[in-house]
Design a protein around this ligand. Structure first.
Ligand code: PLP
Length: 354
């Protein structure tokens, strides 16, 4: 099946690219009056991409619509994905596969130095088991090419057994089909803004693989919007992330068969909240998780949205009263339960946050 939606001509082939549908948009756009008061700068809003129907939602739902669209077109009967042990992408791939009547194989990369049994058994891992995914381990951890190679071997053995596997690729040399989900999100956001009186100046979003960040930025610029998009680095530092984003934007342009509207100055990155590293939360991140929960009832996680909220709060505190800032809540909710110890300790440590 190809995409059913009509998109503006500036988005090129977007409406013709295979796409499965996993949620009914648009996701809510909500004011954050309490956090606005706390930060003392501009008006703060949140786009609730954590509030989607499928398996606790999140940014990867939008991305999977495009990967799974291809999987369905190729008549795959199982999908394969590799990621960190608490990957939200893997959990959602398993859910999407089930919705389309497929099996799912998940390869867990031991990227995060966390020996807590909760990290290995609760949160996304528990949900993957409920979804009946077959779990594989990649003990080596941080090695994108190696993880992809190993996944290729699993796919080959499935093929030998007569199955039709589809691999969801993660390494940066593959076309970033998932980023198209955030080109769609940019269009959705601009439609929401047009229908309200709201005018957004700045967006803040987590930047990991970069598909969310690049897709959103590409979509906004292609549609003529100058809203700034600041990516909060959650996986690698800004110097390493920047060339990836530039490459991603070029690849999106190729997929859509349009010229890239993104210029290098559009790519804004902040890696101040990355330490102590991927999947590990520093003090500002833990404090931001509590601040988001206690001011606006938002559920944020230590790997992605806690860090992006820490960056958002910092930008909000330095913003002028006439500006409007939008936080993209990219989900990650189930991972909260895999970090029970760290989060319980944070509750005791940051008792003053109300
Ligand atoms: C909850 C959440 N937010 C943000 C991200 C980062 O998104 P991207 O990989 O598109 O940069 C991820 C990636 O897994 C995620 O799970």
């Amino acid at each position: 099946m190809t995409g059913e939606m009509e998109f503006p001509a500036a988005l090129g082939r977007l409406g013709t690219i295979a796409r499965a549908r996993f949620f009914d948009g648009p996701t809510p756009l909500e004011p954050m009056p309490n956090l606005t008061r706390h930060c003392g700068g501009g008006q703060l809003f949140v786009k609730r991409d954590d509030a989607m129907g499928m398996a606790f939602g999140g940014n990867k739902v939008r991305q999977l619509e495009f990967y799974m669209g291809v999987a369905r077109e190729e008549e795959a009967d199982c999908v394969l994905i590799t990621g960190a042990v608490q990957s939200n992408f893997a959990r959602l791939a398993a859910a999407g596969a089930r919705k389309l009547g497929m099996d799912c194989h998940i390869q867990h990369e031991e990227r995060v130095n966390n020996s807590d049994p909760g990290y290995h058994n609760s949160g996304n891992v528990l949900l993957e088991r409920l979804l009946g995914a077959t779990l594989h381990s990649f003990p080596e951890g941080e090695n994108e090419q190696g993880a992809d190679r190993k996944l290729g071997e699993i796919a080959e053995s499935l093929r030998q057994a007569g199955r039709r596997p589809y691999i969801i690729p993660l390494a940066p040399d593959h076309p970033p089909l998932g980023a198209l989900g955030y080109v769609v999100a940019a269009h959705e956001l601009l439609c929401q803004l047009r229908q309200s009186t709201l005018k957004v100046d700045h967006v803040v979003v987590a930047s990991g693989s970069g598909n969310t960040h690049a897709g959103l930025l590409f979509g906004l610029r292609a549609l003529g919007s100058g809203i700034t998009v600041r990516g909060i680095c959650v996986r690698r530092d800004a110097a390493s992330q920047r060339p990836r984003l530039i490459a991603r934007c070029g690849q999106i342009a190729e997929l859509l068969e349009v010229a890239s509207p993104v210029i290098e100055e559009d790519i804004l990155l902040d890696d101040a909240f990355l330490p102590p590293g991927y999947g590990l939360a520093g003090e500002a991140t833990l404090a931001a998780i509590l601040r988001g929960a206690r001011s606006e009832g938002l559920m944020l996680d230590p790997t992605y949205t806690g860090k992006s909220m820490a960056g958002f709060i910092q930008q909000a505190e330095h913003s002028g009263p006439d500006s409007t800032l939008l936080f993209i809540h990219t989900g990650g909710t189930p991972a909260i339960f895999a970090y029970e110890k760290e989060l319980a300790a944070a509750v005791d440590k940051f008792a003053e946050i109300t």
